[in-house]
Every structure is written in structure tokens, then in C-alpha cells.
Design a protein around this ligand. Structure first.
Ligand SMILES: Cc1cc2nc3c(=O)[nH]c(=O)nc-3n(C[C@H](O)[C@H](O)[C@H](O)COP(=O)(O)OP(=O)(O)OC[C@H]3O[C@@H](n4cnc5c(N)ncnc54)[C@H](O)[C@@H]3O)c2cc1C
Length: 348
């Protein structure tokens, strides 16, 4: 158990901003978790567990507590029958490495979630999703250290309160569970996925007719690399705003008032079968000129190929980022009467 003090948090967020943590420790062994919890408890310090920092914005004030960086590794698989294989990954496993591994095993289920940064343990927190697939579609169970009872527990997916980019780990039970393992239920036959417009277009343009997990992964990786910045080189947290969910009637009014929204090259609207629709936040931002928009005042920008991605070009603080965010959310609210929700978590 090695605990560092006064640790700058910029290195623990792909947005590269924020103050410092009073204490931080990397967790390399599952049994260190109860020991570190006891250490923090003796000092009455709060705990936050993180993974790759790809969905975190740290406040400038920093964190007067103990941050645990999940570095637990290990992947195991268990063949249930000729249809299904369960794959268990430790929380610190790199997510995309895990996807690559399962695809190379010929398993289907994770291919649409290729190239999402972060860790296996971070994935359930916002129920990661892309191209119409979300983690909750294939997650079986989670093993976590429950701080309220001070023991490891197993939760079934149905107990995680998953929703669109959300779960109990982000809402009602924020910072209660330290996720040590996840178990996924994967298929042995290619999934018959309804895919997204951009993916279908790519597959057709490249004459790819066989939707094997390998082909889908290749396609997703190519499309994502063209659209999204690599956080290893460009400071960002992926999509900064979630796609808003609005009443269908209001979406009709929007399209009448702003017909340009309908001609957005990607899909603008998805029916949710409950009288509501999910609309593309990126289309709203582009409509208001926020694609490839560079703001000299804050040192922030929106990405040239995807307006939803906020990029830290030379911001000095999280306050700069929040000021930039406000400029965008104010403009979108004034024009469309829609309040954009932030996707990365502002911590603590
Ligand atoms: C370029 C880019 C593209 C992205 N694309 C997508 C996308 O397509 N879809 C999508 O859904 N997301 C996307 N993201 C967001 C991000 O990659 C995911 O949310 C990812 O799952 C975060 O994992 P992480 O390990 O980095 O978590 P972190 O950023 O370290 O943490 C995120 C939250 O989870 C908590 N947490 C992390 N690990 C644990 C654990 N083991 N136990 C308990 N709590 C934990 C943290 O406390 C924090 O609240 C993208 C990000 C980037 C930079």
C-alpha cells in the first residue's frame, strides 16, 4: 500500500485540468481496497475510485480525501454453452483492450463499444454506449466493495439502475461502490444488430457484407478515429453533452422552426416509444456555429469534426472550461429552449 500526498489531478483527467488531491493511491491488488478504506476511515477522509480519468473534470479546489486509481488487471472466461460465454474483467483493465480480446476470441457483444477510452470498472458508471449499444445490454454482474457495509458484494445488472448514460453509481449511490470486477455475457454468433446510420454507410461504401464482430470493430474504429480526438494527444473527455430527450410534439415544432436540423448529415432523432425522442445535441451545437469554435477568452474549443467534444487547447483552470460550457448551454437554451446536460462528471 503506497499513498502519495498533494497530488496534482491534471494527470488523472484526460481534460488535464483541476486542483490537487490530498492523497492518492494506485490499487494493484483487490485486497488493498479494504486496507485503504480503513486507512481513510481512521482519518475521516472521503474516497473516490477512478479508472482512466476519461469522464472526469476535477474542480480547481481539488479533493480533500483519498483517490483510489483502479489498476486491477486480469480477464477470465467461462463457456456456458455453445451460445454463451461469460467474460470477467478486473476493474482496471483497459476497456478497448478488453473489447479487442473478446473480438479475437470470436465473441460478439462488445464490438460496437470499440475504442471507448477508460477502464472496465469505469464503464458501468455511465453505462457506456455507442452506435445503439450500451453496456447494460451485455453486462451480467458487477463485483464491488460496498463502503456502506465494508465488504465485497455482487450486483446483478438489474440492480444497477441503468439508464441512458447513467446508473446508480452516478446517482443515488455515487461513490458508495468501488467496482473491482465486471462480468459480461457474450455471444458466440455475430449479433444481429440494427446499427447506426454512419456505420451502415461505412459498411456499404466498403462492400462489407459480413457483420462479424471483427468487421464491425474495424469499421467502428475507423469512423471514431476520423471523428474523435485521441485523448493521448488532445485534452478532452469525449462528448461533453448528452443527447437531450424531449417530447415528440416539441421535436416537431423544433423541426418546423429550424428545418436545417433535419438535414444534419448524421441521424437527428431517435424514437423512444414512450412519446419522447432523443435528439442529437451535436446538431444543435453545429446549428449555432459551435463546430470547430475556438474561444480565445477561455482557451477552450469545440472539435473540428464533432462539435460535442470540448477540447482544452490552453485553458488555465476548470473555471475556464465551465465558463466556456456556459456560453454554449446559454446559447442553446436561448435558441431552442433545451437545457443541455453535462456528460463527464465534475468531481468532487
Ligand atoms: C475521446 C473520448 C471518447 C469517448 N467516447 C465515449 C462513448 O462513445 N460512449 C461513452 O459512453 N463514453 C465515452 N467516453 C467517456 C468515457 O470514456 C467513458 O465514460 C469511460 O467509461 C470512463 O472510464 P474511466 O475508467 O476513464 O472512468 P473515469 O473517468 O476514471 O471515472 C468516471 C466516473 O466513474 C467512477 N469510476 C471509475 N472507475 C470506477 C470503479 N472501478 N469503481 C467505482 N467508480 C469508478 C469515477 O469515480 C467517476 O465518477 C469518451 C471519452 C473520450 C475521452
Amino acid at each position: 500500500m503506497f499513498i502519495q500526498d498533494k497530488v496534482p489531478l491534471q494527470a488523472y483527467s484526460t481534460m488535464k485540468l483541476g486542483g490537487q488531491a490530498a492523497y492518492l493511491s494506485e490499487v494493484n491488488d483487490r485486497q488493498e481496497i479494504p486496507e485503504l478504506v480503513a486507512w481513510a476511515s481512521e482519518r475521516q477522509l472521503p474516497i473516490i475510485m477512478i479508472g482512466g480519468g476519461s469522464n472526469i473534470v476535477w474542480r480547481d479546489e481539488g479533493f480533500n480525501g483519498l483517490i483510489l486509481v483502479n489498476k486491477l488487471t486480469g480477464v477470465e472466461s467461462y463457456e456456458l454453452d455453445d451460445q454463451t460465454t461469460f467474460v470477467t474483467a478486473s476493474g482496471g483493465e483497459n476497456w478497448d483492450k478488453l473489447v479487442a480480446q473478446t473480438v479475437s476470441m470470436g465473441l460478439s457483444g462488445l464490438e460496437l463499444l470499440s475504442l471507448i477510452p477508460g477502464t472496465a470498472g469505469g464503464a458501468p458508471v455511465q453505462n457506456i454506449g455507442a452506435y445503439g449499444c450500451q453496456l447494460s445490454d451485455i453486462l451480467a454482474t458487477i463485483e464491488a466493495y460496498d463502503l456502506s457495509v465494508r465488504q465485497f458484494v455482487t450486483l446483478r445488472a438489474s440492480e444497477c439502475e441503468f439508464g441512458y448514460r447513467t446508473s446508480r453509481f452516478k446517482t443515488s449511490d455515487r461513490n458508495r461502490f468501488l467496482i473491482s470486477k465486471i462480468t459480461l455475457q457474450l455471444g458466440k454468433k455475430p449479433a444481429n444488430n440494427d446499427t447506426y446510420h454512419s456505420l451502415d454507410t461505412y459498411l456499404q461504401a466498403n462492400n462489407i457484407t459480413e457483420r462479424t464482430p471483427g468487421n464491425i470493430r474495424e469499421a467502428v474504429m475507423t469512423i471514431r478515429s476520423q471523428k474523435l480526438p485521441d485523448p493521448a494527444y488532445v485534452a478532452n473527455c469525449g462528448s461533453f453533452f448528452a443527447n437531450p430527450i424531449i417530447d415528440k410534439d416539441y421535436s416537431v415544432q423544433l423541426l418546423e422552426a429550424y428545418p436545417r436540423l433535419a438535414s444534419w448529415p448524421s441521424k437527428f432523432m431517435w424514437d423512444l416509444d414512450d412519446g419522447r425522442v432523443k435528439i442529437a445535441a451535436g446538431a444543435l451545437l453545429e446549428h449555432e456555429g459551435f463546430k470547430g469554435f475556438h474561444d480565445p477568452e477561455t482557451g477552450m474549443a469545440t472539435w473540428d469534426n464533432q462539435a460535442l467534444v470540448l477540447v482544452n487547447e490552453h485553458a488555465k483552470s476548470t473555471a475556464d472550461l465551465l465558463k466556456f460550457k456556459q456560453k454554449i448551454t446559454d446559447a442553446i437554451a436561448a435558441k431552442f429552449n433545451i437545457v443541455l446536460e453535462q456528460e463527464p462528471e465534475l468531481l468532487p
